[in-house]
Design a protein around this ligand. Structure first.
Ligand SMILES: [Zn+2]
Ligand SMILES: [Zn+2]
Length: 370
């Protein structure tokens, strides 16, 4: 009728694998081996530049205060040296963990082909005769339909990075638009802790300096108290903002949750036991649930912590007990990586029973609805 043969659906060559399922607005390119990788633009690094700027900006004022107040007014080389060493050690700690978060891969999902050692050379016959993979990737949520690859437990697909990340915590624009995952989470917490301690230290040193300046108005010129005021204000603001994030992550570590698991209630649906035949899928999808069922899932999410095995063992999964001095050094200087391979996690022994109860109540509500 139209005279031209334009098909209703067109697929660019090679798009029927993973690329066809990607969202249209994302910027991707395809490497020669078909692996997707996200393209980063210059503006993705602007928040990182802001972080570096905020870490460096207090230092001219800080040096001014240390020289003009602690060294010249108080005439205390000891206080000068202690404050100088403490602030620069904390600054070094913040930069070392920031570099790890920016430069390190947060958690590559292992390729099962390469893991088994067969890979592309495997014949069809070998593939058919091969034993099934150790993991059951048919379980809900265990196969990434975008990467078209197995997705280990607690791994998530990041749409901004265009890949799956082991034990993904969140995508962080502040560290060069990268994910925080299994291999960078302790470094991220180390960064938050170092910045909070640095800000708290700078704030307390300068608040005591301001107190001295107000008590002894003739002791110093008018510029030094202005530097003190700037440092005290900045220190308090940063302590409140970054300190609250640090506190939140300590809570997440102690209860063994990632940020994604903590903020998304409906991920627990994929852990439900098989449901009896009803209008709900097994496991149910979020959009199938009624208002009451959603409320029930949200309430259950607050009490069912899938991986919580006691705060000591939860803490040890992130910051393992130090076995040797090298591990200690890594923990103190840059945070290091989480313990284990990031693919298997012990489950909370009470979770099964609570999930079974949730499944029962969901089905009961479904029957009442029908
Ligand atoms: Zn993926
Ligand atoms: Zn990401």
């Amino acid at each position: 009728m139209t005279g031209n043969n334009v098909p209703l659906l067109t697929f660019p060559p090679g798009s029927l694998g993973s690329a066809s399922l990607r969202s249209a607005g994302d910027a991707y390119n395809e490497d020669d081996d078909g692996q997707a990788s996200s393209v980063k633009r210059w503006y993705h690094y602007l928040p990182l530049c802001l972080v570096i700027f905020c870490l460096l900006i207090p230092h001219p004022s800080l040096l001014h205060v240390l020289i003009h107040y602690h060294l010249l007014v108080l005439d205390s080389p000891l206080q000068f040296t202690i404050h100088l060493l403490t602030t620069y050690t904390l600054t070094f700690a913040a930069f070392s963990s920031l570099i790890v978060c920016v430069a390190r891969d947060p958690g590559p999902v292992p390729d099962p082909k390469h893991e088994s050692g067969d890979g592309e050379d495997m014949t069809l016959e070998d593939a058919l005769m091969a034993p099934p993979p150790a993991d059951d990737y048919l379980q809900p949520g265990r196969w990434c339909k975008i990467c078209w690859a197995p997705k280990p437990e607690r791994a998530h697909h990041c749409s901004a990075c265009g890949r799956c990340v082991l034990k993904m915590d969140h995508h962080c624009p502040w560290v060069g638009a990268k994910c925080i995952g299994h291999r960078t989470y302790p470094s991220f917490v180390h960064l938050l802790a170092s910045v909070t301690l640095l800000a708290l230290y700078i704030a307390s040193v300068n608040i005591s300096g301001l107190w001295y300046a107000f008590s002894n108005p003739l002791s110093m010129g008018e510029v030094t108290p202005v530097h003190m005021l700037f440092l005290a204000f900045m220190g308090i603001v940063v302590t409140m903002i970054i300190g609250s994030f640090f506190g939140y992550h300590v809570y997440l570590i102690l209860t063994n949750q990632t940020t994604i698991e903590n903020i998304s209630s409906f991920h627990i649906l994929r852990h439900l036991p098989p449901l009896p035949p009803s209008k709900l899928s097994s496991p149910p999808y979020e959009h199938e649930l009624s208002f009451d069922q959603r409320r029930l899932v949200r309430a259950a999410h607050r009490s069912v912590r899938m991986y919580d095995i006691g705060w000591r063992r939860n803490w040890a999964q992130v910051f393992a007990p130090a076995h040797n001095w090298r591990m200690w050094l890594a923990r103190v200087l840059w945070g290091g990586a989480c313990v284990g391979n990031g693919q298997k996690f012990p489950l909370n022994p009470r979770a099964d029973e609570m999930l079974a109860r949730l499944a029962e109540e969901l089905v009961k509500l479904e029957q009442d609805r029908g």
